[in-house]
Design a protein around this ligand. Structure first.
Ligand code: GLV
Ligand code: MN
Ligand code: MN
Length: 407
């Protein structure tokens, strides 16, 4: 098999025919189908598959209890109308790399696992990397279980419906201690590799980022009888929020110092065509080069939208500091591919969460010729997917057979 043929076997799972995008939200039927697919692919490679207390799946080649493990993998869930590669490319490449190592006759000196982390995108319950954050303990079970999707279903209910025990959630410090190297391959999600003439890069860091819910309250009123001067319209302030996010981030987003702000989700109450709304909620995703810029961006946006007669409440739903991949491991990985560029990214990843918790982690990025992601237009050339898969196999072969792992 190849990386691309493995991806092809799941090409229809969760695909929405009207948008062409994938709707593989955590613990939905599409996600459950992909979990079964993964378990079956891993079993046919002779791997032992287990699902941990947080729903993350681990497929082992070798005995996990011996420690000093090498782990690779990514996630299978998507954002609503996501692309074909964000997550599954890393999983398919990991499975393919195991097949390749077995074909090469590699004799591992330590165990290897292919991992699929649960709900990396936070597309359903609002918090990203739920599986890895529960494992590292930065997300508590109490907080996770109370999260709700747009239909009001709690994370606890979704787990129960999927046949999981919601009371089992919790940190996995012993499991994480047994991992000596985690290498996640992922499609590059911006224009980072387009001009560099390379199919693969090694990751360096993830920008500080977070999500904020902005509740805007006004005076619900009649659309025909309320004079314009008398209105307290939260939709107008929401419109200013969108423009403020755009303007304040653009002013700070210079080539050497990134700043990004997005309002990608909104809800309006009562959502009636002939009524000034009572309430509008917008969700702000903001990311920046450093914590100071992120703070300044948030403060500027809040200042820009302050309006007499309108209440604005900002609630932080998640915030992640800058995450740095392990320098020794990343340099070692880059050294196996001379000339490979190094790239930081504005996208969040489970590898960042594990790195923050002290698990030596590195990333490989595969070129994205459109520079588009979180969209049906996300792309990776077939040849680049195979180059990435081979690069991952080479890295894993090195790590599995080295006398000692890079430290
Ligand atoms: C995950 O892909 C994120 O960065 O939102
Ligand atoms: Mn991803
Ligand atoms: Mn993503």
């Amino acid at each position: 098999m190849s990386v691309v043929s493995r991806l092809d076997t799941i090409a229809t799972v969760g695909r929405d025919p009207s948008s062409g995008g994938y709707r593989r939200l955590a613990w939905t039927d599409a996600d459950l189908t992909l979990r079964e697919w993964f378990a079956s692919e891993a079993s046919s490679l002779g791997l032992d598959v287990e699902t941990d207390r947080n729903g993350n799946i681990w497929a082992w080649w070798g005995d996990p209890s011996s420690g000093d493990a090498v782990v690779t993998g990514s996630h299978l869930d998507s954002v609503p109308d996501g692309g074909n590669y964000d997550g599954p490319l890393g999983v398919a490449s990991a499975l393919d790399a195991v097949g390749e190592l077995q074909r090469r006759g590699v004799q591992p000196r330590r165990p290897l696992a292919v991992a699929c982390f649960t709900d990396e995108e936070g597309g359903r319950f609002g918090v990203a990397c739920i599986g890895s954050r529960l494992a590292t303990g930065v997300l508590t079970p109490e907080r996770a279980l109370a999260l709700r999707d747009v239909d009001g279903v709690t994370f606890a209910e979704a787990l129960t419906r999927a046949g999981r025990d919601p009371h089992a959630l919790g940190a996995e410090s012993e499991r994480l201690k047994r991992i000596s190297a985690f290498v996640e391959l992922h499609v590059e999600q911006g224009r980072g590799l387009i001009d560099l003439g390379h199919a693969v890069a090694v990751g360096t860091a993830i920008l500080p980022h977070g999500r904020w819910r902005i509740d805007i309250g006004g005076q619900p009123n009649h659309a025909g009888t309320t004079r314009m001067a008398d209105r307290r319209d939260p939709m107008v302030v929401f419109a200013r929020l969108v423009l403020a996010a755009q303007a304040e981030a653009s002013a700070r987003d210079i080539p050497t110092r990134a700043a990004r702000a997005t309002i990608g989700k909104v809800s309006c109450t009562p959502n009636a065509v002939n009524a000034v709304p009572a309430h509008v909620t917008g969700w702000l995703d903001a990311r920046a080069e450093d914590e100071e810029t992120l703070d300044a961006l948030l403060e500027a946006i809040a200042r820009d939208i302050a309006t007499p007669g309108i209440t604005v409440t900002v609630t932080e739903e998640s915030r992640t500091p800058a995450q740095y991949f392990d320098v020794t491991l990343s340099e070692h990985v880059a050294g196996l591919m001379p000339g490979t560029p190094l790239l930081a990214t504005g996208a969040g990843h489970d590898a960042g969460v594990l790195a923050e918790a002290g698990v030596p982690s590195a990333m490989l990025f595969v070129r994205n010729p459109t520079g588009i992601s979180h969209s049906p237009e996300e792309r990776a050339e077939d040849a680049d997917c195979e180059t990435g898969g081979q690069a991952l196999a080479d890295v894993l072969a090195d790590l599995l057979t080295a006398d000692t792992l890079p430290r």
